[in-house]
Design a protein around this ligand. Structure first.
Ligand SMILES: [Zn+2]
Length: 282
């Protein structure tokens, strides 16, 4: 639904520019060359090649917006905003997904941005995510897949579903920070199961603590770190929205992202969370 609305607006913006150009320069060679250039830039790349979207078989979706390295053809680097890569966040998510499948026979859904954050930031609202209209198809390809998977898990798993937005932070190498806008993006989960579902032993961060990693927050009622309390994706798709699902951002320290033990803890966390909080009331 969002995709077709967006495409219509996108198409319209191009249509609006073409008649003016026709009047001014259709009969000149430079004008003709410019039209060719415009047509070329609108078709410059296949946005699907810049996103990985893999179907799952359990009510959990992993999203990885910031570990891409690919340029977006025809798009210059952004001049504002954070452009740093969350190195190895994709490896961590994929290792955890493989372990979950090995142990349970079920696999989380996966959406990965292959495009670099230098060109498009998939964890921002559209108006902040990019600076060049040529970057829009890449941004939308990511979100169209994510929105479609969310609609699908809502339908397939009425007992509840979880989106985990996987990131990396540079503040503390051995810590994973939870981001839910202080409970807002997991509104439905907390209403059903209380704060224990996002904190402590049986929560998504509990198994990391049990495996010897630091987690944040740890105390009941404690606020999340202001820098890592959840970005646009968890806010846009979380259960604070009527069409959303529970959504948690996890910000992993550097030494966790490429450590197979952290992937083990991640798999443990997802498996136990699904059993405790997502398998009931079907
Ligand atoms: Zn990030």
């Amino acid at each position: 639904m969002r995709a077709s609305d967006g495409e219509t607006a996108y198409f319209r913006s191009y249509r609006g520019t073409i008649p003016d150009m026709l009047v001014n320069c259709f009969h000149t060679l430079t004008g003709f060359a410019f039209l060719l250039l415009l047509a070329g830039s609108a078709q410059a790349y296949d946005a699907e090649n810049l996103v990985v979207a893999r179907q799952g078989s359990m009510p959990v979706i992993f999203a990885v917006p910031h570990d891409g390295v690919d340029p977006v053809p025809g798009v210059p680097p952004r001049s504002q905003g954070t452009t740093v890569r969350d190195l190895n966040s994709r490896v961590l998510a994929e290792r955890a997904a493989d372990l979950i499948e090995k142990r349970t026979g079920k696999r989380p859904y996966l959406v990965v941005a292959k495009f670099s954050r230098k060109f498009v930031d998939a964890n921002r609202a559209e108006h902040e995510a990019l600076e060049s209209p040529e970057a829009l198809p890449a941004y939308r390809a990511y979100h169209v897949h994510l929105a479609a998977f969310i609609a699908e898990v809502r339908q397939r798993y009425p007992g509840g579903a979880l989106l985990i937005d996987v990131h990396g932070q540079a503040s503390d190498a051995g810590t994973v920070f939870r981001g839910t806008r202080n409970g807002w993006t997991v509104k439905s989960l907390v209403a059903r199961h209380g704060e224990a579902a996002i904190l402590g032993e049986a929560s998504l961060i509990g198994p990391f603590q049990a495996a010897g990693w630091q987690v944040h927050p740890t105390e009941p009622g404690a606020k999340e770190h202001t820098k890592y309390n959840g970005g646009n994706t968890v806010f846009a798709y979380g259960s604070n929205n009527p069409q959303g699902i529970d959504a948690i951002q996890l910000e992993f320290g550097k030494s966790m992202r490429d450590d197979p033990r952290a992937a083990e803890a991640f798999a443990d966390a997802v498996i136990s969370f699904e059993r405790k909080y997502l398998s009931d009331s079907k």
